[in-house]
Write a protein that binds this ligand. Structure first.
Ligand SMILES: NC(=O)c1ccc[n+]([C@@H]2O[C@H](COP(=O)([O-])OP(=O)(O)OC[C@H]3O[C@@H](n4cnc5c(N)ncnc54)[C@H](O)[C@@H]3O)[C@@H](O)[C@H]2O)c1
Ligand SMILES: [Zn+2]
Length: 361
């Protein structure tokens, strides 16, 4: 088993990564038998993994809540159901919530843990690649408002995160690829050697080779953990994690959140940002082609759909919360493994990068 320590003073915790974590009595699941544990999962994941997780918890006062599956259920109503369940089992301040599922379950269960009795313990068992490499580090929890994604939430760090890579065996291919986009992102902005490694191990990764997956997930988490440790509340360097995301949010919004998985939109967004980095002369020509090759090997989309109007994309980007007053604040690339915050690109330059991404099919 591999571990990564997320260093946040008294809120520090460990991420465990390996096979066969579920079903074996893991030390961090050693919950005292006089305090309650509530496993929060969904209708897709619970039938596959809930039994194994429950066995790992033998001895404790265990309850479970199985929620409907999907981002459309990441709502106040679903969060209330978790709270109602905690009240129903008379959970006290020493209760623990264990989330078993992807980012939707992790975010909502995490927020229930943040809000119930001003905060109870929380253990995350992420089962999608995206939630293993991205949502497992940083402590962001919450749910959506009809007017916007993740509008209600809090920072609440888990006590431990258990990544069992065996769970990836049942993950649909599109979801797996979407998670890989966030892996490529973290390599592109801060770890050149990791980017090389991803290129040389792309086939093993796509074959879901356990050794390759363990190394990849560990390195992604370690990189994100470093960023978060430097900037827990997202006031500085953590912005780099938004590489590709301003464009991605515009694509997601303009396609009504129906066409793209988040990671797919991020892949296309990273291509636009890379092309802009080249057009502006910030990085060597060829970087975007290199990134495109890797994203293509990972079955991710590269091109901005020709059906979208450039003006609409620009307009939507202005509304994005990551864009500060007028000037687009974008994450661009200096060289492989070196992202930076750029506020100097104007509308025409951004439009040119989007056009280049529409033509390169
Ligand atoms: N907190 C953070 O830092 C953070 C970071 C990134 C994303 N997020 C949030 O995470 C959400 C996206 O997460 P996601 O991509 O994991 O989506 P998700 O939770 O919707 O999971 C994707 C699909 O895969 C299914 N699934 C999960 N594990 C499975 C498995 N092992 N086998 C088969 N099917 C499985 C789910 O039931 C779902 O249908 C968004 O709401 C986003 O806002 C949070
Ligand atoms: Zn993302």
């Amino acid at each position: 088993m591999q571990t990564v320590r997320v260093d946040l003073a008294e809120r520090s915790y460990t991420v465990y990564i390996g096979s066969d974590i579920l079903g074996n009595q893991h030390p961090s699941l050693d919950i005292s038998s006089d305090s309650a544990a509530l496993i929060v999962s969904n209708e897709t994941v619970a039938p596959i993994y809930l039994d194994a997780l429950t066995k790992s918890l033998a001895g404790a006062d265990i309850h479970s809540l199985v929620l409907p599956d999907g981002e459309s259920f990441k709502t106040e109503e679903t969060w209330s159901k978790i709270i109602d369940k905690l009240v129903g089992i008379r959970a006290t301040r020493d209760a623990t919530i264990i989330t078993l599922g992807g980012g939707v379950i992790g975010d909502m269960g995490g927020y229930a843990a943040a809000s119930y009795m001003r905060g109870i313990s929380f253990i995350q068992v992420p089962t999608t690649l995206l939630s293993q490499v991205d949502a497992s580090v940083g402590g962001k929890t919450g749910f959506n408002h009809p007017q916007g994604k993740n509008l209600i939430g809090a920072f609440h760090q888990p006590n431990a995160v258990l990544v069992d890579i065996e769970t990836l065996k049942t993950l649909p291919e599109r979801e797996f690829s979407a998670g890989l986009a966030e892996v490529v992102k973290i390599a592109a902005i801060r770890d050149a050697k990791f980017l090389d490694w991803l290129e040389s191990h792309a086939a093993a990764i796509m074959a879901r080779d356990p050794e390759a997956l363990t190394s990849m997930i560990k390195r992604s988490i370690a990189n994100k953990a470093d960023v978060v440790a430097e900037d827990e509340r997202e006031s500085g360097v953590r912005a780099l994690l938004n590489f590709g995301h301003s464009f991605a949010h515009a694509l997601e919004t303009l396609t009504g959140y129906k066409q793209y998985l988040h990671g797919e939109a991020v892949a296309t967004g990273m291509m636009v940002a890379s092309r802009l980095s080249e057009l502006r002369g910030f990085c060597e020509p060829g970087f975007s082609d290199r990134l495109g090759k890797l994203l293509h090997l990972f079955d991710l989309p590269l091109d901005v759909p020709g059906s979208l109007q450039i003006d609409d994309i620009l307009e939507t980007m202005k509304l994005d919360k990551k864009v500060i007053a007028g000037s687009a604040r974008l994450i661009l690339i200096k060289s492989a493994g070196h992202g930076f915050i750029d506020s100097s690109s104007d509308k025409q330059q951004i439009a040119a990068a989007i056009t280049a991404s529409q033509n390169n099919s």
